[in-house]
Design a protein around this ligand. Sequence first.
Ligand code: ZN
Length: 363
Amino acid sequence: MNMNFFMPTKVIYGKGAVLKNREILRSLGEHFLVITGKSSMKNGSLDDVLEALEGKYVRIYDTTPENPPIELIPEICSEFTDTRDIDVVIGLGGGSPMDTAKAVAVLLDNPQLNVRDLYDATKYTSAKKIVCIPTTAGTGSEVTQFSVLTVDGRKMGFSNNKCTFPTIAFVDYSYTITMGRELTISTALDALSHAMEGYISLNATPLTDVLAMESMKNIKEFLPRLLDDPESEYYREKIMFASMLAGMVIAQTSTTVAHALGYNLTTDKGIKHGLATAIFLPFELRNANTEKAETVKALFDGSLYRFYEDIGIKLNIDISDDDIEKWVKIVSTASHIRSTPGNYDIDTLTEAFKEVRDMFCSE
Ligand code: ZN
């Protein structure tokens, strides 16, 4: 057996992780920049961070939009560098604040870079220290090197193994208890996509398979129960754990074709990332047509569609043939295809979008 596994992030996991381990956070520096959204005020996470950092110099950027555009990164950098040098950038929230924090950390440490140079990992090797604190359960960004930004209307990920992994991830499921049903589903489905795509990926290893399988089993078993009992700490923790495991998987394997397909529904139709991605998994499993794809189908009692029906997935959008034609062109050049088993020519990709339209958009 030959394989590599690289995940240099220190994970501090458990209820109350930030406050119980405040000295670890404080030891990272004197000047902190917190990148977050409005929900961190409601779920208690921002209060915890501010309490943990009492006496330190702390600036807050709290208007991170969903699917952050690349232009936002230099704006944030210029807004928060005038007074003092930042030592640590904290991404607090879902994928958008965490991914924004990674990009800001690179650009603050490399002011000579043009923001688009983020996508050329040969141009930089360092970043400010990155701390990630997820308040949703799905992105896994707290344990990955990836940051996905919107560039010219398309979602594009960058990464640099030398500097974009977070230094520390504080993972506390209790921040997710206030999430509504829709967000709970869409984020959990992002984790499911990461685990499943990573499991069938051509880059999978025996070690990522263990993590991916555990993640998928948790989501299959506990997501429906969580939706019936959304305040259950037990179920919330199960999904948070699954999300983190799935993040560790894609840090090794990257995502596959379902992510490339789903990005189009997010940028052009406003469908949440996890939902937009997961609806392509049945297609991907069938088209991959491998033994591992069969294993996954068996885990979901033969059909993922039944699982989706049970949790009540439907899209209230129209997809035209012109949409499909445009999206197929985009996906056909995506790097994700290289790591996905199966053939993904124009006809097959067209079929993928039509299948999603038939299964989720009809009355
Ligand atoms: Zn994702």
